[in-house]
Design a protein around this ligand. Structure first.
Ligand code: AN7
Length: 355
């Protein structure tokens, strides 16, 4: 199986001898989620709903970022850059470091100190990136990246690099290819707002080319403590336990608003408690282990169900943006309390299991 740039080559104009740097990203599963669907029908009183999870945690570095990174890094190589740089809440840095390593580029990373999940940081370290943790948040890290990028010495691979979103639109293509049509609703976490912008580009492109007959409503969810778009103002000190979307000044703000308005969808917020509840539900009831930020999409669907915002017979896709293994600390904190440390004794083990 080829990566996204080869599989969807006809949707791009690479020119000759384009150097594709790929880790066979994309082609992630669209998992039916009957238990989520039942819960949504129960909360909303609606019937005939079908819910699917687009599990982007199964990309090569464990998040959707790989779809955009394959294109951004390939262009960086074509343009003869020697260094790539990004600010990151974690996943972008892991992805940049991987594709940068594969391409033989030097990867420079700026992270908000103490706010990056362990798995993501460990990836960037082993892929061999050069890493600076700042005493500041993601938005401040991105400001520094913009400044250093303006010198022309380094290639920025944050989603302000247009190739990132051009790669990420293939997530929408895959959803439509599997369903045979666009869904009625897409639910997606919103941090820097690049992915919702990219999915909307992809859905529009398929509809414009006549591959699909309809476009979905785009429903984006920010974390309440970082909900700049919802409150329509920059958040100076964004907070949420969903550290991947702890962003107070989204770079693709306008793209997210356009996706919302053109599609008749919504951008809303979910609380940390709602995010954790969805995170636990996905693991314990569907067997799907995503990271907390990813669960914002399903938390948003549950909220929409409570508010009567879902429709009978809708086909609904929730994007799960990152793998649960990225953040073992959250899994241990919010996972099953039924654990014990015991002597190697069958009787005591049986007693603990109440067998
Ligand atoms: C798991 O890695 O911004 O709205 O620097 O890692 O496109 O920003 C991550 C974002 C959702 C939000 N889910 O996507 C970064 C970074 C996960 C993420 C988002 C991110 P955008």
């Amino acid at each position: 199986m080829a990566g996204i740039l080869e599989r969807y080559r006809q949707f791009y104009d690479f020119g000759d001898n384009f150097p594709i740097i790929s880790l066979e990203e994309g082609n992630t599963p669209l998992i039916p989620a009957c238990n989520v669907g039942d819960a949504v029908m129960q909360k909303s009183g609606k019937t005939g709903l079908k819910v699917f999870l687009k599990f982007e945690g199964l990309n090569p570095t464990g998040s959707f970022k790989d779809r955009g990174m394959t294109y951004a890094v390939s262009r960086a190589v074509q343009e003869k850059h020697t260094h790539i740089i990004c600010a990151s809440t974690g996943n972008t840095s892991a992805s940049a470091a991987a594709y940068g390593a594969r391409a033989g580029l030097k990867t420079l990373i700026i992270l908000p100190s103490g706010k990056v999940a362990l798995g993501k940081l460990s990836q960037a370290i082993l892929y061999g990136a050069s890493i600076v943790e700042i005493d500041g948040n993601f938005d401040q890290a991105l400001d520094i990246v913009r400044e250093l990028g303006s010198t022309g010495k380094v290639c920025i691979v944050n989603s302000i690099n247009p190739y990132r979103l051009q790669g990420q639109k293939t997530g929408a293509f895959e959803v439509c290819d599997v369903l045979g049509e666009a869904p009625d609703d897409l639910f997606i976490p919103v941090g820097n707002a690049g992915n919702i912008t990219a999915y909307w580009m992809g859905f529009k492109e398929y509809a414009d080319k006549g591959i699909t007959q309809k476009r979905p409503r785009m429903n984006g969810y920010e974390a309440e403590g970082s909900a700049a778009i919802v409150f329509n103002r920059k958040i100076e000190n964004p907070e949420t336990l969903a550290t991947a979307i702890r962003i107070g000044n989204p770079a693709s703000w306008d793209g997210a608003v356009a996706a919302r308005d053109e599609s008749g969808g919504r951008i809303d917020s979910v609380t940390d408690d709602e995010i954790v509840a969805a995170y636990q539900f996905l693991a314990a009831r569907e067997g799907v282990f995503c990271e907390p930020s990813s669960a914002a999409s399903v938390a948003g669907l549950f909220k929409a169900a409570e508010l009567g915002q879902v429709q009978d017979n809708a086909t609904i896709v929730c994007v799960l943006t990152g793998n649960g293994l990225k953040d073992p600390d959250s899994a241990i904190k919010f996972g099953s309390p039924e654990r014990a440390q015991l002597p190697a004794d069958a009787g005591q083990v049986a007693e603990f299991f109440r067998l």
